[in-house]
Unconditional design. Structure first.
Length: 322
């Protein structure tokens, strides 16, 4: 039997070429991010202890510090168990009672896509930590009422999707009720509103209550349009881990603000962000005199062993695409 090669036109029309379901490659975004703050309200020469979250490289982003403008060199420490990077320094206020702080980063952020992929080895102690309650993230009580009457699958992926949809259906993004922005699951469940920290704290409560490890990540979101501009404040999201898989992201507050992207934000994150820290109820390095830090994205300052109020820390954040 004689075999004849397929003509070029047949190859081009072959289902292997035309019909192949090839996923679009993950998008990336490279930009400079400026993190600046001024500690105010101090007496001239008054000393302060200052902790700053430091964005660092991980599976989702490549980060380097381009420049630092600080009153003291300070030291970057590793915070466990969450492996956050923290810049600590001690400084005295200038003649105006201020301490200025500024870091400029170069960030390449990757779009996060898919179902978690292959399982990656994780510290067992840390994974167990992601099953436990936090001060404002209980795993019993009021938040669990949100799932009453719902058919929740036994598999983690299916259960997480029901939880995701339930929160998106029940809550409306907003900052008009006192108490928003504390990442308080009970408050979010009762008020049916809040910002990203409230949405995702509720997700942590419900996922962990089902035995699904879930973690909190916080940083800053950027406008989708490339260019340059100010960033008004932090943005956070969550990740959960099904058995036999890696971490799967959710961004419910963005889905709530953009209903057309509801399906996308279950399992995907845009590249329009930068992460600064993970976890809740944090003990900083070196240890702070105050209690655990609820979440860590803004400067944390202590003066004479007392927490300096955030309204006396002027914060400005900005980005510029490369």
């Amino acid at each position: 039997m004689t075999l004849y090669p397929l003509p070029l036109t047949a190859l081009l029309l072959s289902p292997l070429v035309v019909g192949a379901d090839v996923p679009a490659p993950a998008r990336t975004r490279t930009f400079q991010f400026t993190y600046a703050a001024v500690v105010t309200g101090l007496k001239p020469g008054e000393a302060a202890r200052i902790w700053l979250p430091v964005a660092s490289s991980n599976a989702d982003q490549d980060v380097s510090i381009l420049s630092k403008e600080l009153p003291a060199e300070g030291k970057i420490n590793r915070q466990l168990p969450f492996d956050n990077q923290i810049l600590y320094l001690e400084a005295k206020a200038d003649a105006d009672g201020k301490i200025p702080l500024k870091l400029v980063y170069k960030v390449t952020r990757r779009e996060v896509k898919g179902d978690g992929g292959a399982k990656v080895k994780e510290n067992a102690e840390l994974l167990n930590r992601y099953l436990k309650a936090d001060a404002k993230v209980p795993i019993d009580g009021k938040p669990l009422e949100m799932l009453k009457g719902k058919n929740v699958p036994t598999d983690a992926m299916g259960a997480a999707k029901v939880i995701y949809d339930a929160i998106d259906d029940a809550l409306t993004y907003g900052k008009d009720k006192p108490g928003w922005g504390e990442g308080d699951s009970v408050w979010a469940c009762e008020s049916k509103t809040g910002n990203c920290s409230d949405f995702h704290s509720l997700f942590l409560s419900l996922a962990r209550s089902r035995g699904i490890p879930a973690k909190f990540e916080i940083g800053f979101g950027l406008p989708e349009k490339r260019g340059a501009g100010d960033v008004p404040g932090y943005h956070c999201w969550a990740k959960f881990r099904p058995d036999g898989k890696g971490w799967v992201p959710v961004d419910i507050s963005e889905a709530n603000k953009h209903p057309d992207k509801r399906d996308y934000y279950f399992g995907n994150l845009t590249e329009d962000r930068v992460a600064f820290s993970t976890g809740r109820d944090l003990t900083l390095v070196p240890k702070q005199d105050g209690g655990p830090v609820n979440f860590f994205v803004y400067p944390y300052v202590e003066v004479d062993g007392k927490v300096w109020p955030q309204n006396k820390i002027q914060k400005t954040f900005s980005y510029r695409d490369e």
